[in-house]
Structures are given as C-alpha cells and as structure tokens.
Design a protein around this ligand. Structure first.
Ligand SMILES: [Mg+2]
Length: 213
C-alpha cells in the first residue's frame, strides 16, 4: 500500500489526532463564557448561552470563527493570552502519541498540518514540539481551511513531492479527502472505529505499523 522507501515526511493533524479536544473546549466553552460573565456582570449559564449563539451566528465556514483574538475583541474581553495560559493544564495527548513520535522521528521528518490557529498550537503542542521539523497552520500561514491547495503549499515548503508524504488525521474531508486529491497518501484516524476503510487506522500505533513495515 505505502511504499515506505519513498516516504520522507509524515504529517499529523493536531486536535483529535495528537491532542484531545479538552484544551479547546475549556477555552471556547468555559474560559470565554467565564470572562464574559465577569465583564458583563451576568451569571455563567447566561454568558455561555449568549456566546454559543454568537459562535453559531458566525458559523464555522468563516475564518474568524477559529480566531480567538477576533472573539476576545468582539466580546470586549481584552487579550486571550492569560486565559489560554490558565487552560494549559487541560492539554492532553492521546496515550500512544509520544511513543509513536519518538519512533517515527528516527526514520522520517515529522510535521504538523493543522487547521487550528498558531495561538492554539503554541499551547497544544508544547510538550511534543521537539519531534517536529515544521508546524503548519492552514489558517495562520495560508488563510484557509485544510484544502488540497494547502497541502500542496506544505509540500512546496518542505521541498518534497506529494508522493513522499503521508498524512494522518481525524477529519474525513480535511485529513483524508483533501490530501489525497493532490497525491498524498492519507490515513483516516478513526479512534471510535466507526468505519472499515482500508486506509483507516484506529490509533497512531496502527499507522506506525504501516510505516515501519
Ligand atoms: Mg482534527
């Protein structure tokens, strides 16, 4: 399936793949409503309701939706840095992550290809950053979601051909369909084992088996 002798770069999505959603959840649904409640003198439940409505009104097709600075500005909450630091205790890696990265990094260049903004990635990846040669944020670096064009730009930046890259991630469109459109060998990470596709893996350990032959 994968010709591992040709592969030079292994690319990972961040949230849902390396790191659990806990940190982002804490920022969007706990810390931001808390700040809003304090700033506007309302209770937490009301603040959360107001904020969830604002998130929905904008919608996840707009790039601002992912931009924590946009939201702090819009909601009159100042700057997000301290709030995000306070949430850092919520950063959790999936159990197999460090072992897989340590092992694969002996043979391949590892990169992160994430749709999260760099503000988030700085917090999310801090314990595992040394394993990666580059960290790409489609939104911060290229002002787009993870499209096939983004993956091509990533290959250009790494000076490799798409056929020399393997990507893995937990979003069918952004991590499987889009990279395959440009010829990257992609694996769909299905931690809940809801699919039975030949290129789906239930954990990163399974990916490691594919890549270590
Ligand atoms: Mg993901």
């Amino acid at each position: 399936m994968v010709d591992i002798n040709e592969i030079k770069v292994v690319s990972f999505d961040a949230e849902g793949t390396l790191v659990t959603p806990d940190f982002s959840y804490a920022v969007w649904f706990e810390a931001i409503p808390e700040c809003y409640a304090e700033r506007h003198g309302v209770n937490f439940e009301l603040a959360r309701k107001v904020i969830e409505e604002e998130y929905q009104k904008l919608g996840d097709q707009r790039l601002e939706w992912y931009d924590v600075r946009y939201w702090f500005d819009k909601l009159g909450l100042g700057t997000p840095d301290q709030v995000m630091e306070r949430c850092e205790s919520k950063v959790r890696y999936y159990p197999e992550v460090k072992e897989v990265l340590a092992s694969l990094s002996e043979r391949y260049k590892l990169v992160v290809a994430s749709g999260s903004m760099r503000d988030f990635l700085n917090h999310l990846l801090q314990d595992i950053e040394p394993y990666f040669t580059r960290i790409f944020s489609s939104l911060t670096d290229y002002k787009q979601l993870k499209t096939s064009e983004f993956y091509l730009k990533m290959c250009q930046a790494m000076e490799v051909k798409p056929s020399q890259v393997v990507h893995v991630g937990d979003n069918w469109q952004f991590d499987f369909v889009a990279p395959r459109e440009v010829g990257i060998e992609a694996f769909y990470l299905d931690r809940k084992r809801q699919t039975n596709h030949q290129n789906s893996v239930a954990s990163l350990l399974q990916l490691k088996i594919h890549l270590e032959g």
